[in-house]
Design a protein around this ligand. Structure first.
Ligand code: ACM
Length: 403
């Protein structure tokens, strides 16, 4: 029996998704719906919406209203790559950055999202929402400085990278997270709720008295980095239990394994993914395979031939050859729920560019996921591709030229 909780269908893999990052660049609801229609055409069944990040908060909260009045807007956006790109993980807001002077803003109301969920459901697609915690909290912290330990008021981030501002994980932070996830569960009917968990720097926690005390109460050394990975694992466990009380399962990026993953979660494997998938499945934890090969914000070939992208990426042929079971022993294959393409949007500012980056690679991934080993040869796939591209054009979607 499949470990997947999505409505069963006849796809080889039960979870076949795409992630839209609507934070770095907002996407109108009509474009989100266009993606849903495209997914239905390809027999994909999950739309993962990445709804919060450092550069913008996109989910309307009735309990925390400044998330939409403040955290959904940034005053400007870095142009091209941040100036210190080679080291952008550490200092994303380098003074050498060039910025446009354009306000970037947007969020979805709860009603709009409920209507999206119903529309997607009518097409066989589940919308999996993500609120990224406890890292990637800069926008939320700009609206509510009290969500951090130091109370410092910051701007919503205007550049790309990993920011040090994270959620406090004592009582006020836990209450915030439960309030938001409670509202998320009211709006979305997905059995899986994604809480992010990726790229959470630990320096703020290690410097905060209350976090240090929490760690000591766990019998851990507050001067040891690993203790704070365990503190994140504790946070993940609290969220998993909260979601379980609402009949949902927690889904998180593979960092949730780092401090020892709590029971009953699902891991989305992205960093060193075969290793992450091996670690997860060994512990009996189901995985969705989302490796960098499937990061469609990377160029579809050598960068010199393509518009600015986050880096050089996989070709159509490489995507079609993707093996979602790599790294997973035969006897644990049932724990591979499926696979997902990522469309992070730092370098995808418009819907037209989104379609260009996503297609035709998403058609290839859809066939890997739906037909599995029974899919056509690559040559036959290519022969049939023009007709499928015509189908997408009828939806208003124009992808990358075919090879
Ligand atoms: C990720 O790419 N930060 C999941």
């Amino acid at each position: 029996m499949s470990a997947c909780l999505l409505p069963p269908d006849s796809g080889a893999l039960p979870y076949r998704g795409v992630m839209l990052d609507v934070c770095r660049h907002f996407l109108s609801m009509s474009e989100v719906r266009r993606m849903v229609e495209a997914l239905a055409l390809l027999k994909m069944n999950v739309l993962h919406l990445h709804l919060s990040d450092d550069q913008g908060w996109r989910f309307e909260s009735l309990k925390w209203p400044k998330l939409t009045t403040h955290a959904s807007t940034r005053p400007k956006t870095v142009v091209g790559r941040p100036a210190n790109y080679s080291n952008h993980d550490l200092h994303p807001e380098n003074y050498l950055n060039q910025y446009d002077d354009k306000v970037h803003s947007g969020f979805y109301s709860q009603n709009e999202l409920r209507e999206l969920v119903a529309f997607a459901k009518s097409k066989g697609i589940t919308v999996v929402p993500e609120i990224d915690m406890p890292g990637h909290m800069r926008a939320a912290r700009a609206a509510y400085p009290e969500l951090g330990y130091n109370g410092v008021q910051q701007e919503v981030a205007c550049s790309w990278g990993i920011f040090p501002e994270v959620l406090r994980v004592d009582e006020p932070g836990i209450q915030f997270a439960k309030d938001i996830l409670g509202e998320i569960c009211d709006v979305f009917d997905s059995p899986y709720i994604h809480i992010g968990g990726d790229e959470c720097p630990k320096a703020e926690w290690a410097a905060a008295d209350t976090a240090r005390k929490q760690v000591e109460q766990m019998d851990l050394d507050p001067d040891h980095l690993d203790s704070y990975h365990k503190l994140q694992a504790w946070f993940t466990g609290e969220m998993a239990a909260f979601l379980a009380s609402k009949g949902r399962k927690l889904l998180g990026w593979d960092e949730i394994l780092d401090g020892g993953a709590p029971d009953g979660v699902v891991v989305m494997a992205w960093r060193d993914w075969t290793h992450a998938a091996e670690r997860a499945t060994k512990a009996g934890i189901p995985v969705v395979q989302a490796p960098s090969l499937l990061y469609f914000d990377y160029a579809q070939g050598p960068e010199k031939d393509e518009p600015l992208a986050i880096g050089p990426g996989a070709t159509l042929e490489q995507v079609y050859a993707f093996d979602p079971f790599k790294g997973v022993p035969e006897e644990r294959r049932d724990l591979v729920l499926g696979t997902q393409a990522q469309l992070w949007s730092e370098y995808i500012p418009t819907p037209e560019h989104l379609w260009y980056m996503a297609f035709p690679r998403l058609i290839a991934l859809a066939d890997v996921a739906y037909h599995g080993e029974k899919r056509d040869s690559y040559e036959d796939f290519l022969k049939k591709l023009p007709a499928r591209v015509e189908g997408l054009k009828k939806l208003g979607i124009e992808g990358h030229p075919l090879p």
